[in-house]
Design a protein around this ligand. Structure first.
Ligand code: KG4
Ligand code: ZN
Length: 334
């Protein structure tokens, strides 16, 4: 089954074509990062306008890269939440138009479910039950997955998402947007023990990052007031160590206590080099298999949406053409 996936929930416009939830024939992504960088964050109105300008070009490129004609496509899949309303509307309008024009069924996909299926694209051998650590710009969740489409959210963040914390701390340090990759890069040059920062809610199931963010704010302010040059690398390394350790600790702890043998890590922050190495090392130590997608499938893309749609269609063939709505807030276990 050939599925054309569309993703436009945030600041990436993406169109991909995937066969049987497994074989990526094309994966076109156009990032708006440079456009938003000057504002220090995503401007929703600019994002939706750029999606409109870009999406049809990506469609052409994606069909060309896959070397297939529209007739060969079996279904169209599109992200309908969570995300920015304007961007989501561009995606679903494009999807509905193509579904009508080419007479294909339309499959709506939760963006978070897409991130999870990026792991299956890269690692078809994954089995259930699976513990998923979902870490992105908008979400930090620990999820128990017992089958495709069967999710139980075990823990979520009480305040900021981990990616949001990376981006906000980067802003405090005057680093360009998006801050996550910048902190990751600079942290490699710093000492992770240079500053003593708190791990919030270590013995509770949920996550929290606002205390860590405030601790960074005060640490940076104190350094500035004492007229010392900012040790940016050490600050990045210390912050990253605590932020990453807090999610690694909870995921591994839960898996060990509940004898879960497999963990998948997904979402934009799963591109973080420290998270990747800590998860692999800690899992191996405890005899747990850990699956993390390659970097190009960690951040937003449409291959994960097409893959997710394949599994959804196998379980529940349902054309969402008539009742497709966007959900800016869209919990996975709704
Ligand atoms: O999944 P994603 O592309 O979009 C959402 O669904 O939110 O995640 C974007 C987030 C941003 O906060 C970005 O700073 C973070 O992922 N990110 C990283 C890294 N690469 C992307 N955070 C830490 N280290 C990275 N290498
Ligand atoms: Zn995402």
């Amino acid at each position: 089954m050939l599925i054309l996936g569309i993703e436009s929930s945030c600041d990436e416009t993406a169109i991909a074509i995937v066969r049987d939830g497994q074989e990526v024939l094309s994966n076109q992504v156009s990032s708006q990062v440079k456009l938003h960088a000057r504002y220090g964050g995503i401007v929703p109105e600019i994002a939706s306008r750029k999606h409109v300008e870009t999406i049809h070009l990506l469609l052409e490129d994606s069909l060309k890269e896959a070397q297939i004609s529209p007739q060969a496509i079996d279904a169209i899949a599109v992200t309908n939440g969570p995300g920015l309303q304007g961007g989501l509307l561009v995606g679903i309008t494009t999807a509905q138009t193509l579904a009508w024009l080419w007479d294909k069924p339309l499959i709506d996909i939760n963006h978070l479910e897409g991130h999870i299926h990026a792991c299956f694209l890269a690692h078809p051998e994954i089995d259930f039950p699976l513990l998923v650590l979902l870490v992105s710009g908008g979400h930090t969740e620990l999820i128990m997955m017992t089958d495709h489409g069967q999710y139980k959210v075990l823990a979520r963040t009480r305040d900021d998402a981990i990616g949001e914390a990376f981006d906000k701390v980067a802003r405090l340090l005057d680093l360009p947007y998006p801050g996550g990759p910048q902190i990751d890069k600079l942290a490699k040059l710093g000492n992770p023990q240079a500053f003593n920062l708190p791990i919030a809610m270590k013995n509770k199931p949920d996550f929290s990052f606002s205390g860590l963010k405030t601790a960074m704010l005060y640490t940076i302010r104190d350094l500035q007031e004492s007229n010392q040059p900012l040790p940016v690398e050490d600050l990045c390394a210390s912050f990253q160590e605590v932020a990453i350790e807090s999610v690694v600790f909870k995921a591994i702890n839960y898996a060990r206590k509940n004898k879960i043998q497999q963990i998948a890590v997904s979402g934009g922050v799963s591109a973080n080099s420290l998270l990747r190495s800590k998860m692999m090392q800690r899992s191996e130590k405890h005899g747990i298999k850990c699956f993390i997608p390659p970097l190009n499938l960690c951040t937003d893309n449409a291959a994960m949406i097409a893959a997710s749609a394949y599994f959804k269609w196998q379980k529940m063939p349902r054309d969402s053409f008539d009742n497709l709505k966007v959900y800016p807030r869209y919990p996975l276990d709704r």
